[in-house]
Design a protein around this ligand. Structure first.
Ligand code: SF4
Ligand code: SF4
Length: 348
């Protein structure tokens, strides 16, 4: 069913919904951007329709609702522990199509990668209902069409905001009663069909080409350009790496809490192991790892899609203006070069 409601009507419905749901959406934090006089847009609990930022892409992805940058896993004393509590309410999350696809990748990593599911992710994921936010024309760093993530039908409701009103499609039976008194209106979301930014992800034909690609000089440029800050992975819709640490309370050093905090493969020390072993010493090696993970290794492991959803958030966040889209294009050229050289070698 489709509806049109004013922001005032939406606020009244949000009031009712909040007895059962936490409502999360991208919200503008004025003056909190990383440059002076700039804003930051990130996910937060909202209570009113005018708190939702409909017109710009968020700087940080929807994944932060389910996996915050830092969270407590459990509390411990000398001889016992207690798991942290998750919210009792269901979660209504406003998401763009790329975030919906990113959730699919997160589920693969947290719930289906190995013999056990991550219970902390699972307890949140089970509560989610998605409100799909229409993107209009998209933004200058998006390349969702190239990655096939511009469309989805996996949502409980879809929304377009126009002139202080919302057009909604409600698919979910549990949500429908909240809207039954609203004016009917025809609405189904439209999707971005073309981005200004396009990316050609190369097919890496065999292991020999992959090995040569790892040795290719294209990665060396990042030794100079990338400052290994990790901003790209923190903003990434699909990165899942985290580290754990114990916070010990001052009053009783046998009591404390274990936290997990997002980690970045782009930061020096990420691969440090006991015995002084380090797998990726340079920024170029770390960039190579990230790019191949997003555009080759994940798909080789799960045999469905590339991990990157083309949200472009890493491009927007990088202080050194490093574009993953341009890097993938360079990788495509390098794969062509290596393949041609192997063919020439084979023909000799
Ligand atoms: S690698 Fe960049 S474009 Fe791809 S999902 Fe992550 S943040 Fe988005
Ligand atoms: S690519 Fe950019 S954002 Fe990512 S670690 Fe390097 S400098 Fe930082």
């Amino acid at each position: 069913m489709g509806y049109k409601l004013s922001f005032g009507e939406a606020d009244r419905i949000f009031d009712s919904l909040q007895k059962e749901y936490e409502i999360w959406a991208p919200k503008r934090f004025v003056g909190k951007g990383r440059y002076s006089d700039t804003d930051m847009i990130r996910y937060d609990k909202i209570h009113r329709a005018d708190e939702i930022e409909f017109n710009e892409k968020s700087d940080f992805p929807a994944k932060e609702v389910l996996t915050p940058i830092t969270e407590t896993l459990f509390y411990f004393t000398e001889d016992e522990y207690r798991e942290s509590k998750a919210t009792k309410k269901k979660l209504l999350i406003f998401m763009r199509p790329c975030d919906v696809h990113a959730k699919y990748h997160q589920e693969k990593i947290y719930l289906e990668n190995g013999d056990f599911a991550d219970s902390y992710y699972q307890r949140m994921s089970e509560k989610v209902k998605i409100v799909l936010m229409e993107c209009g024309e998209g933004w200058d760093t998006c390349f969702c069409v190239s990655m096939g993530t511009n469309r989805t039908d996996d949502y409980a409701a879809a929304v377009r905001a126009e002139d202080e009103a919302m057009f909604l499609e409600i698919k979910d039976e549990e949500l429908a009663p909240y809207f039954q008194k609203c004016a009917s209106a025809r609405f189904t979301p439209s999707f971005v069909e073309e981005n200004p930014l396009q990316v050609t992800v190369p097919e890496i034909p065999n292991k020999e080409v992959l090995t040569e690609l790892k040795r290719h000089p294209m990665w060396d440029e990042f030794d100079k350009r990338c400052v290994s800050c990790g901003a790209c992975t923190l903003a990434c819709s699909t990165c899942t790496c985290f580290t754990t640490s114990d916070i010990v309370y001052q009053e009783n050093s046998n009591a404390g809490e274990r936290k997990r905090t997002s980690a970045s493969c782009q930061i020096e020390g990420f691969t440090d192991m006991a015995g002084g072993i380090v797998f990726r010493n340079t920024a170029g090696e770390r960039m190579r790892y990230k790019v191949l993970h997003k555009f080759h290794d994940y798909k080789a492991r799960f045999r469905d899609f590339h991990m990157c959803v083309g949200c472009g958030r890493c491009i927007s966040r990088c202080p050194e203006l490093i574009s993953i889209a341009a890097t993938v294009d360079k990788m495509a050229a390098a794969v062509d070069e290596i393949t041609a050289s192997q063919k020439a070698e084979g023909g000799k």
